[in-house]
Design a protein around this ligand. Structure first.
Ligand SMILES: Cc1cc2nc3c(=O)[nH]c(=O)nc-3n(C[C@H](O)[C@H](O)[C@H](O)COP(=O)(O)O)c2cc1C
Length: 497
């Protein structure tokens, strides 16, 4: 593997992936931190305040746990780690190049079914019955106002649609309710939630497997809006160019990531619920019922496998910017892909801003080709599968604007829009119980949740099409003059520029 050039996602599991992360100089091992607030708190500070790329943080010798029972935070939050995960070049000059590289991968993606193997590395240790105890692992409590410890925050939840047999993976948080049960927080409309609702409507148990420390490409796929009917196993296999290896769970009959770090299998029974949360969420608020827990289904664990010295993978959502770099890049690529598939030409960049937690403030740059092009791009970006979840603001800019640069984007909004003509408001769009802009009064009660909606704005910050050829010239040193000046004066400004 050439660490500077093209990477090949040949790793077979998280541990091989981590070895390369270490060689890249992007792994910080921290010994002696406490599972209660310290691990997640340090990860949050580092992800927000690191000079340069924030490293992945591997906690070991965690208070109350023997050495080897580890926890990993900040897994995908750098260009290098995302490149390693997907087999992209590490030499990406800027964010849009990262998005382009992912976009390129998506455009060539061929789905690859998982391969069933007789035995997976996760099957090293099996716990059943009374021996099942989630608190053998250093489950973190993330924030001071959180209501408990979480087994699953950077993981894959495997479910099957009862009608079609389609196997879906999604990342839906799992709070530890007890030593052998967890919660499953699935927002309405999530594929796993739709499957759950179908089982419960029929009065049937909902069988589920949860894999922590799965293949990083599979984890990434499980957080993205992979189309309904497509399994994230096939999608991640396609991203990697090799099948994801699985074994069949004896209880659930679900395919389970064979080389994950920890796996549980079990079922939720219709009507059985437990208090879940509060949990500090991705938008930077306790917006899901404030500081009052909500009732969520109970996943009763029938079997638990783990590798020796397992690594618990964790994500610490918080006020941005922070933990969501890979999600910003990959969601941007997915939106770009959907725009092109919907026939929107000349997209030059897409960026889901960190400040919007990769979901709330998204920018599309285009080269305007015809009247209405910019509105078309904005409306589709705000409604496509990858952009529709809240997706409150979508800004469309001309291609001289760097979509990733907030100052550039705000300059375009401030100087190229007339609010009355440039902002389209779309009403009763998709929202979420996690939406911090929806009043508690409009969310209903825990036992009787209300249907929540949000309006969405498409801000068309492109130069008005009809006079764009006569648009006022921009005041700026030309790139040609810039080059000449720097060639002549660079020494004078050494240390300044
Ligand atoms: C770290 C992380 C945690 C997440 N936690 C949840 C969650 O608890 N509940 C939820 O509904 N979605 C959560 N999501 C979003 C879903 O994983 C994402 O929308 C995914 O596409 C869902 O899969 P599906 O499209 O197959 O339903 C999370 C995403 C990330 C990146």
């Amino acid at each position: 593997m050439n660490l500077r050039g093209e990477l090949h996602p040949t790793y077979t599991d998280l541990r091989e992936w981590l070895e390369t992360v270490e060689k890249l100089g992007e792994l910080k091992v921290v010994r002696g931190a406490h599972w209660d607030l310290e691990m997640a708190g340090l990860a949050e500070i580092v992800s927000r305040e690191a000079k340069g790329e924030a490293p992945a943080m591997l906690f070991d010798e965690i208070t109350d746990f023997p050495p080897g029972r580890r926890a990993l935070f900040g897994q995908l939050d750098s260009v290098g780690r995302l490149a390693l995960t997907l087999g992209l070049s590490l030499d990406q000059p800027d964010r849009i190049s990262c998005v382009r590289a992912c976009r390129d991968k998506l455009s060539k993606l061929e789905l690859l079914p998982p391969r069933v193997v007789p035995r997976g590395k996760v099957q090293e240790n099996l716990l059943e019955g009374e021996r099942i105890d989630l608190f053998q692992f250093p489950l973190p409590r993330h924030h001071e106002l959180d209501g408990g410890r979480y087994f699953g925050t950077a993981h894959c939840v495997v479910t099957r649609d009862p009608d079609t047999g389609w196997v879906n993976l999604g990342t839906y948080r799992c709070m530890a309710f007890g030593k052998n049960s967890v919660g499953l927080h699935m927002s309405p409309g999530r594929h796993g939630r739709t499957a759950r609702d179908k089982y419960f409507e029929r009065g049937q148990p909902f069988k589920v497997a949860v894999a922590v420390g799965a293949d990083p490409a599979l984890f990434l796929a499980s957080t993205m809006a992979v189309p309904a009917g497509v399994s994230e196993y096939e999608f991640a296999g396609g991203l990697k160019g090799r099948p994801i290896e699985v074994f069949e769970g004896p209880y659930t009959k679900l395919p389970i990531p064979a080389h994950a770090e920890i796996v549980i299998e079990g079922e939720c029974l219709p009507g059985e619920t437990h208090d879940e949360g509060p949990f500090g969420e991705w938008a930077g608020y306790y917006a899901n019922n404030g500081l009052t827990p909500v009732r969520e289904p109970v996943l009763r664990i029938k079997s638990l496998w783990h590798r020796t010295d397992p690594i618990l993978t964790c994500a610490q959502p918080a006020r941005p910017p922070g933990y969501n770099f890979a999600f910003c890049v990959f969601r941007s690529a997915m939106i770009w892909d959907e725009l092109e598939k919907a026939g929107v030409p000349d997209v030059r960049g897409v960026w889901c801003h960190e400040a919007g937690s990769s979901r709330l403030f998204n920018v599309v740059a285009i080269k305007q080709r015809y009247p209405g092009h910019s509105r078309q791009a904005g409306m589709i970006a705000s409604q496509c599968a990858s952009g529709v979840y809240i997706g409150r603001y979508t800004v469309v800019v001309d291609d001289d604007i760097d979509a990733t640069n907030l100052a550039d984007v705000v300059w375009a909004i401030a100087t190229r829009t007339d609010p009355e003509k440039s902002i389209e408001i779309f009403r009763r769009g998709r929202s979420s119980s996690a939406d911090p802009a929806v009043s508690p009064d409009d969310k209903g009660s825990d036992r009787n949740p209300a249907a929540v909606f949000t309006s969405k704005a498409v801000i068309d910050a492109c130069r008005p099409y009809e006079w764009k050829e006569r648009a006022y010239p921009v005041v700026e040193v030309s790139s040609e003059l810039r080059g000449r000046l720097l060639a002549k004066w660079r020494d004078e400004f050494e240390g300044v520029l």
